[in-house]
Design a protein around this ligand. Structure first.
Ligand SMILES: *Cc1c(COP(=O)(O)O)cnc(C)c1O
Length: 393
């Protein structure tokens, strides 16, 4: 018998189906590589955040396996009670050293890292000033603070300066930006943001989820990329994308670390990472140091695919990174292009409202270091064929 009560949700889902916006999850039946198995078919993966191919790197797997043998599958507690293992703290020290910051604190995910920092360090006497296209986890983190909020136009420094000028009466001003914007692949104008924040004595926070392992020396992120070490107060990074595992971290001062340990609710009330996660993340940092050629290959592949898509006549927006959107406008059309690509052996997800603005739906591609030029050429052929069939190019 069908349970009653959720008819109102079913109605809304039905509407989404009518507009071609209803999506089912796509289960992957293999490991996460340049090629993956979907529905029993091997297809090119162009949608993962596995920039450097670390998810299944032999050294990562070995580190995870060894730690399971020695420390088990789980930790059994939150960090603040009985769930801090020595490996957690050793990894945080390694990460701080890597990031050239005084301290770091690792959280369950990048999402919760943003929640922890934004919900805890500001009060009603403060204001947070945020780029309008910042990631959902920043937006949700801001929803949890009692601080006043101001939104500035996307990467618009006049708009940011206006917000700073209007907010002189607050105790603290925190300017927040994505380092790399996840849907368009453009890089935040960090040098200009830092100049403005120094002029107006504001704190700066950069969320480097898509820059961790991608930009800066050995993948240290946008702050290092722009030579701004020591001038950005808070860096949030993720261990879930290029690092290939799971987690998020806050890289800042010892005071910020100590404060989040006492006040960051996701840190306080949710269990710590299993040993396999921490061991693999730690190994990933060593790989970033030992194998800088992975990052070189990533950027080389990114240029190849981006140039190819542009040459075919696709609209790829303002991307400067390995994230290359193919903007088609209509949400249903983006999903149609994605479905067609899959039937031609390329997995590239359509992304529509509310993840991106209405009318800016896209198929978003992300290349990895592990794709071969031949594979990327195959992908370009599939894009050409499908794009022509749908009248996009
Ligand atoms: C992906 C992403 C996050 C979330 O990171 P997870 O570790 O997957 O939770 C946070 N911020 C930005 C900008 C992201 O792109």
């Amino acid at each position: 018998m069908k349970m009653k009560g959720f008819e109102y949700l079913e109605e809304e889902l039905q509407e989404m189906k009518e507009y071609g916006l209803f999506r089912t999850l796509v289960p992957i039946e293999s490991d996460q590589g340049a090629k993956v198995v979907i529905n029993g078919q091997e297809v090119l993966q162009l949608s993962s955040n596995n920039y450097l191919g670390l998810t299944n790197h032999p050294r990562m797997k070995e580190a995870a396996l060894k730690s399971v043998e020695k420390y088990g599958a789980g930790t059994g507690s939150v960090r603040t009670i009985a769930g801090t293992f020595s490996m957690h703290e050793e990894f945080e020290k390694k990460l701080a050293n890597f990031k050239h910051t005084e301290a770091t604190l690792v959280l369950q995910s990048g999402f919760t890292a943003n929640q922890a920092i934004l919900s805890s360090i500001l009060t009603k006497d403060d204001v947070v000033i945020s780029d309008e296209l910042n990631h959902a986890s920043i937006i949700d983190g801001i929803r949890l603070t009692k601080a006043a909020r101001k939104i500035y136009k996307h990467v618009d420094m006049d708009s940011l300066e206006a917000a700073l000028k209007e907010s002189g009466d607050y105790r603290k001003r925190l300017v927040v930006t994505d380092g790399v914007f996840s849907m368009d692949g453009n890089i935040a104008p960090l040098p200009a943001i830092v100049e403005l924040c120094e002029k107006y004595d504001a704190l700066i926070m950069v969320d480097d989820a898509h820059a961790s392992g991608v930009l800066g020396r050995n993948g240290r992120g946008t702050v290092d990329h722009f030579d701004l070490n020591g001038r950005v107060h808070i860096q949030v990074g993720t261990l879930s994308k290029a690092i290939g595992v799971l987690g998020g971290y806050i890289a800042s001062t010892q005071a910020v670390r100590d404060y989040i340990i006492h006040k960051g609710r996701p840190f306080l009330f949710s269990t710590s990472h299993p040993p396999a996660v921490t061991a693999a993340c730690s190994e990933a940092i060593d790989i970033l140091i030992d194998e800088p050629e992975l990052i070189e290959r990533l950027w080389d592949n990114a240029k190849f695919l981006k140039d190819g898509l542009r040459a075919l006549g696709f609209e790829t927006g303002i991307s400067e990174t390995p994230i290359t959107p193919v903007i088609v406008g209509d949400g249903a059309k983006a999903h149609e292009l994605s479905d067609k690509l899959l039937s031609h052996g390329v997995f590239a997800q359509g992304i529509a409202f509310p993840t991106v603005a209405k009318g800016a739906a896209r198929v978003r591609t992300i290349v990895t270091a592990t794709h071969t030029k031949e594979q990327l050429q195959e992908a370009l052929h599939a894009f050409e064929k499908c794009g022509k069939e749908l009248g996009i190019i």
